[in-house]
Design a protein around this ligand. Structure first.
Ligand code: KIV
Ligand code: ZN
Length: 518
């Protein structure tokens, strides 16, 4: 296996951890198929390293890293391991098929973590650093070592561990701000301190991994790059533990837009940012806030008259980067019921979708159906429609029909579904239309699953907008997210519930042991 090559001194390696740290967000669990889809999009974006999971933590994580390792061609795949030999062996096994595979091993170095979490003294931690890194090097030359809670570690001890990790063979040294406590000048100074005090630091790339507890993850990452870090660990939409990780789209676009102040480059194809953001949001059910930088629905919207007037005169008046640079469609072409296959295919290409023939035919048929019900089919509708088809491709429980009576009288739903090809029908009343429809599902398909989240999001404006629904279910400690999109909110709701049940069925069959987390 070969390690990541850095072509020049100003190139910043982008290490995406949406599938590992991102998935550690409560409720953001993803199944294998979804992780593979996200990994494919990340690779198309030209992300350098994809951290695909923590293989020892569960069979699901192992499989995700292993399958992604088989599929990736250009991005390196990485798996996380504690400073424990069994963890490292499991990562080595998972990444074995990859042309480029990385083992990422970590241990805490702060006094607080060593004393209370690890219950080890600094010398014992030091020994584990040397042992874990040298052991990992037996499997690959691409080994990353992280000092968890690095930003709250004693500087002398930190430098001693980093020097030893590099001597043991680590090629990337990652310094996390695990609890999002650092502020930019302090974090930049920490990186500068490491560069000036660790004698063999030139033999490794310095990486940073910032959490967003104080909303400073991106600012801290950029301060670290200015101080000499050349890898940033980040996630799409800033997904991650607690307040999340540094958002990849913000780091990448800040570097690109302000190259005058920050003359560093990444290899990321920024035109794929929106696609990745929408996919991660749809899969996890974590809606992107409208005013979120780069990927929020309002990030490129100009509402006030003064701004609109300025924009018409010169886009640069209020726009510091173009919408196209992050993958928002250039053309204002809106499809409708008269649009043909050619226009539809063109639109998919513009939106960076590359569907095979069958998926394309299926998406086109559903587009025609949608266009019959909705006059203007916007880009957002197409994205929702294509994602909806991909989400449902392998479902064993399918919606056949739904009829609902509601209003000022008691709501009543009649639902027909199919389970492995066998039809099932039910009718029930409920406290509102959603309740009555969900009650029918519960009669037709028995589970111990409890509804944890029911969320509706309008894909576009207008009363004929498609509703995108997320349903989160939990059964015996296993959490799944189901998605559904339709112009009828109730149909979208039932689709989302059934999609979640389909995922639970898969999880039950696998009987994955409960997960550890980093
Ligand atoms: O936040 C953190 O310290 C981590 C490490 C495992 C890198 O996620
Ligand atoms: Zn983290």
């Amino acid at each position: 296996m070969t390690s990541v090559q850095i072509p020049d001194a100003e190139r910043v390696v982008v290490f995406d951890t949406t599938l590992r740290d991102g998935e550690q967000s409560p409720g953001a669990s993803m199944n294998l198929e979804e992780k593979i889809r996200i990994a494919e999009v990340l690779e198309e974006m030209n992300v350098d390293v994809i951290e695909a999971g923590f293989p020892i933590s569960s069979m699901g994580d192992f499989e995700a890293v292993h399958e992604i390792a088989k599929q990736l061609k250009t991005s390196a795949v990485c798996g996380l391991a504690r400073a424990v030999r069994a963890d490292i062996e499991r990562v080595a096994e998972a990444i074995a098929p990859a042309p480029r595979g990385r083992i990422h091993t970590f241990i805490s170095t702060s006094p607080l973590h060593m004393k209370y979490k690890l219950q080890l003294d600094p010398d014992q931690v030091f020994e584990r650093v040397v042992d874990s890194v040298s052991y990992a090097r037996k499997f690959t030359d691409d080994v990353e070592w992280s000092c968890e809670d690095g930003s709250r570690s004693d500087h002398d001890f930190l430098c001693r561990c980093i020097e030893a990790a590099i001597n043991a063979g680590a090629r990337t040294i990652n310094i996390p701000d695990t609890v999002g406590y650092a502020v930019p000048d302090e974090f930049g100074a920490l990186i500068a301190m490491v560069r000036s005090r660790v004698p063999n630091i030139d033999k490794a790339i310095i990486s940073v991994h910032c959490h967003n507890d104080l909303g400073l993850a991106v600012a801290n990452s950029l301060a670290a790059v200015a101080a000499g870090a050349r890898q940033v660990e980040c996630t799409i939409n800033g997904l991650g533990e607690r307040a999340g990780n540094a958002a990849m789209e913000e780091i990448v676009m800040a570097l690109r837009t302000r190259s005058d102040r920050m003359p560093y480059t990444t290899g990321v194809r920024t035109e794929n940012i929106m696609r990745a953001s929408r996919l991660v949001s749809a899969i996890t059910g974590f809606v992107v806030q409208p005013n979120k930088a780069i990927v929020g629905a309002n990030a490129f919207a100009h509402e006030s008259g003064i701004h609109q007037d300025g924009m018409l005169k010169h886009a640069g008046t209020y726009e510091i980067m173009t919408p196209e640079s992050v993958g928002l469609s250039k053309s204002k072409l809106v499809l409708g019921k008269h649009s043909g296959r050619h226009a539809f295919r063109e639109k998919l290409r513009e939106l960076n979708y590359d569907l095979g023939d069958n998926a394309l035919e299926d998406a086109f048929a559903r587009f025609k159906d949608l266009a019959d019900r909705k006059k203007d089919v916007f880009d957002e509708d197409i994205v929702a429609l294509v994602d909806d088809g991909l989400v449902r491709a392998h479902d064993r429980i399918k919606l056949i029909s739904l009829e609902v009576e509601c209003g000022t009288r008691q709501a009543r739903a009649r639902l027909a579904i199919e389970v492995d090809g066998e039809p099932r029908v039910c009718e029930d009343v409920g406290d509102g239309p959603v309740d009555s429809a969900f009650k029918c599902i519960k009669h037709l398909f028995e589970t111990d699953a409890r509804l944890k989240l029911y969320q509706v999001h309008a894909v576009t404006g207008g009363t004929d907008a498609q509703a995108e629904v997320t349903v989160r279910l939990e059964e015996h400690g296993r959490t799944v997210n189901g998605q559904g999109a339709d112009t009828d909110t109730l149909v979208a709701s039932v689709k989302a519930y059934l999609n979640a049940l389909n995922k639970l069925m898969v999880k039950r069959e696998k009987r994955a042991p409960s997960a550890l987390s980093a």
